[in-house]
Design a protein around this ligand. Structure first.
Ligand SMILES: [Fe+2]
Length: 94
């Protein structure tokens, strides 16, 4: 059974939402650690923040690589199938 590509953008968007939340949280923690003079902690938190930004960028590339347009195509194909079945049913009913 072929996978339903129309849901993939929602999965990518949900993952990206998590990354954005993590970016906000780690950004805040970096600022707090820096303000409190905890340079080593700030550096470690900054490294994690950078990883979160990289993950966000990867998800953006995935979304822009065709996931969204593939979902639109899949939705259009399903709609076309419904239209075809509807037309056949209408013809068979006379
Ligand atoms: Fe993350």
């Amino acid at each position: 059974m072929p996978r339903d590509r129309s849901r993939r953008p929602f999965r990518v968007a949900a993952a990206q939402r998590v990354e954005h939340d993590e970016i906000a949280a780690y950004g805040t923690l970096v600022a707090w650690a820096t303000a409190m003079g905890h340079g080593e902690a700030a550096d470690l938190l900054q490294a994690t923040l950078n990883e979160e930004k990289t993950a966000d960028g990867t998800l953006t590339k995935l979304a822009e690589s065709g996931v969204n347009s593939q979902a639109v195509d899949a939705g259009a194909m399903r709609a076309a199938g419904r239209d075809e079945r509807h037309a056949r049913d209408a013809v068979s009913r006379g």
